[in-house]
Each structure stands twice: as structure tokens, then as C-alpha cells.
Design a protein around this ligand. Sequence first.
Ligand code: PRP
Ligand code: MN
Ligand code: MG
Length: 181
Amino acid sequence: MEEYLDRILLSEDQIKKRVAQLGAQITEEYQGKDLLVIGILKGAVPFLADLIREIKLPLRYDFMAVSSYGASAKSSGEVRILKDLDSSIEDRHIIIVEDIVDTGLTLKYLQENLGRRKPLSMKIAALLDKPGRRRTEVYPNYNCFVIPDEFVVGYGLDYNEAYRNLPYIGALKPEVYTEQD
Ligand code: PRP
Ligand code: MN
Ligand code: MG
């Protein structure tokens, strides 16, 4: 294991199996429907890439990038769109794909913003749910794992943009993120 990790929370194999299950479930539920999968940059990329290949339907995917206004903004729930979708979602069945739901403020904003664009249906798929930190009523419709309130990295999740490419999810050693703050 890497020296900056306290422990591995979810192995590559555990993630792969759970993502395959979720893909099969979505495949069943969206039979005959025109599905658009929306990945939220950058954290959702590995999860989206694996999930879409487990959905055995003709789907399309698009990306959005959002960011909060500065450091205090995350807690205010104010979110800014850095990159919008390329096309309209009106009358489309959409699934928003996130790596993690933490406070829920990012998804709350996305739900409201995308909801106003009149999709036929809208669901949220998250790899990780950290309900201990929730600050608003938003819960994923599809979730792979519920995790405790720890600083996790890997499989898209970063600390200062690093560690996103780890093929598993690990808990960062506290000294790694306290040293630099
Ligand atoms: C992270 C994560 C989710 C969001 C969850 O993204 O990928 O998008 O935060 O946090 P919340 O529930 O408290 O809003 P981040 O803003 O760090 O951008 P990134 O995906 O580029 O890492
Ligand atoms: Mn993100
Ligand atoms: Mg991040």
C-alpha cells in the first residue's frame, strides 16, 4: 500500500463488482428509454467510464464542470458552472453521475439547475455516500457504498488534485492533509 494511505477502504475488486451490479440494475430499469448520463468533472470520470460500460443500452454521455466560489462558498452552497452541457436535456431521461455525495450542496445545486431544464426524468448515481456530512436533503437514487466521515482519495477523488488515478479508494493519513494546511 502507498505510504500516504492509512488503509484501503474499497479494493479495486470490490468497486468493480459493485459497479457491474449497478450497471445491470440501470440496464434493466432503462429498457427502451433514451438515456443520457451526465458526469460531473473531474471526480466522476473513472466511475462514469466504468459504469457506462456495464450499462448494456444505447446511451449518450455528456459532462458538466462546477465549482464553488472560493473557500467559504462550499458551505454557502453557491456553485458556479465552469462548463455546461453540450446539448439540451429537455425530454431526456438523465442520470447525474458523481463520485461522492458529501455535504450534498453540489448535487442540490445541480438538481435544481438541471431540473429547470425539463428532463423527462432525473436520477443521481453516486459511487460513495458520506451521509455523516450532509447539510441539505439530497440523497442519491443509486449508490455503491456508504462510507464514514474520513478523507478518502482514489478512483477520481483527489486531495489537492492528486491521487485521482488510484484504482481503489483509500483513507489518507491525517498527517498528509494537516501538514500542508
Ligand atoms: C467533490 C466531489 C463532488 C463534490 C461533493 O468535487 O467530486 O463533486 O465535491 O461535495 P459536496 O457534496 O460537499 O458538494 P470537487 O468540488 O472537489 O471537484 P472535483 O470533482 O474536480 O474534485
Ligand atoms: Mn466533483
Ligand atoms: Mg475535489
